[in-house]
Design a protein around this ligand. Sequence first.
Ligand code: AMP
Length: 575
Amino acid sequence: MIIGIDLGTTNSLVAVWKDGKAQLVPNSLGDMLTPSCVSLDEDGSVLVGKAARERLQTHPERTASVFKRYMGSDKKVRLETREFRAEELSAFVLKSLKADAEAFLGETVTEAVITVPAYFSDAQRKATRTAGLLAGLTVERLLNEPSAAALAYGMHQMGSESRFLVFDLGGGTFDVSILELFEGVMEVRASAGDNYLGGEDITNAIVDLFFQRNNLNSSLRNNPMFVQRLGASAEAAKRSLSAGQAASVQIHLDGKDIQMDLDEEELDKLCAPLLKRMREPVERALRDTNIRSNELNSIVLAGGATRMPVIKRLVTLMFGRFPTSDINPDEVVALGAAVQAGLKMKDAALDEVVMTDVSPYSLGVEISMRLADGNNADGHFSPVIERNTAVPVSRVKRYFPMDMRQTKVDLRVYQGESRLVKDNILLGRLEVPLPANETENKGVDVRFTYDVNGLLEVRASLEGSKESHTLVIQGNPGMLSDAEIAQRFNELGKIKMHPRDTLEMRTLLARADRIYQQVRGDLRNWLGHQIAEFEGVLESQNPRLINPAKSKFSDMLNSVERDSHLHSDFDPQPN
Ligand code: AMP
């Protein structure tokens, strides 16, 4: 069985193609969304999901979140005494989802389709594949998130002919795709996006406003506990405003309660610069497909941040019509990944369905230009594969050395749309030796092969020669070698995951700890007593005592949280 995984910045989901349809898999708490948070528990085991998210506030030095932003870089996150790369933290999330799928299916799972933002670079895609390997999963396919959303949406539209645009605003990334559906063939025509734009930026803008309005000392930004609490309160305020209520951001500091009221108008103002950045990818995708916005049959929303009224208004304004949100925007990408898994398994129910995708960015090499005055202008970009070309694709282009006496060509491969390579992303370098004593300037044929996973191979061969050189990405700090992957796989294997069957209790206690830290006075003393009592019941290991105590304890936490106006439980509201 191949499983479909949406490995998100804030939340991750797993789904399977079963009994002729895509189905979401619940985690051990019964939730479909597993927060992409990892925490090292005091006993050395790893907590993933809600328990870890609770500990962001109580144990920030042992807990990590939003690490998807560091995929493909060599940034390390310290949890207590150990440092982890983003691939390793993602691997813990994947291990947890894999265990949930195994419990759901009653069989071992070793293969997965994992979704990535369309704009993920080669290094970020490879890092995602590595995360899969580290979790014991072979990644059968890396699928672009908006294409996954489209696949899930398209399944509902099969048999009709339509053109639609997927507007996907997640926690950390923004993606736009335009698709055409015709007789079961779903064709992605164009993708565009911004890797550094998402709902988290809106939360950060609220935090910045809080600092500004209350004249807070910027050194507080280095206090992880304060930053987490303020972030949680800002996030909660943002979400309440999606439901239409006025909201406030509150925090206790140096014996004082500091509060900032926030209304919809103010939130809209804060979002304005971010909204501006959303226009450009939409316009580019429309331009690349030569489709006018009034020729689109529907606009599909995906990603948690599209729940914000200001985003819905922007979409409505941009396209002159209301967007569709038939499928829960949090779940649509995972469901599409499961459809892709079904396609991979050649499920009979998907016999008629074909999906084609594109390369969302241009890929090319650095060149020098000879100017009319005889001087050279270096650092120019020459695309070999233009953005939004259907994949898989293989293109070859011939380049000539600037000087016949050159002994080698240093080929630098870039991704991006800018005229100058300094504004694009360097993917790797390839050295091609040139034969000495040539009498004519021989060209170098550069072949780019880009596969359906969005992974690139570059080959260079001398004109007329059979010998070719294949790109080995050098000096890219974002990449682990096969040997390093094997070594880290063994190391990670030594760290135990918290057992699935006791995760619910562990989560409840993590939540109680967080609430304990947030309240004060008599309530706090009383709560401390309640926690100790509950721990005592847990130690009895008697299910007849534990089960009723668990419900009572959970109800008690709900009411303390409600009465004290604490916010931290970010379960999405129903549509
Ligand atoms: P995703 O990566 O698709 O899970 O999206 C997560 C992002 O959606 C985060 O930035 C959340 O703050 C945001 N989000 C989720 N639900 C809401 C909501 N009801 N209102 C505003 N933002 C939300």
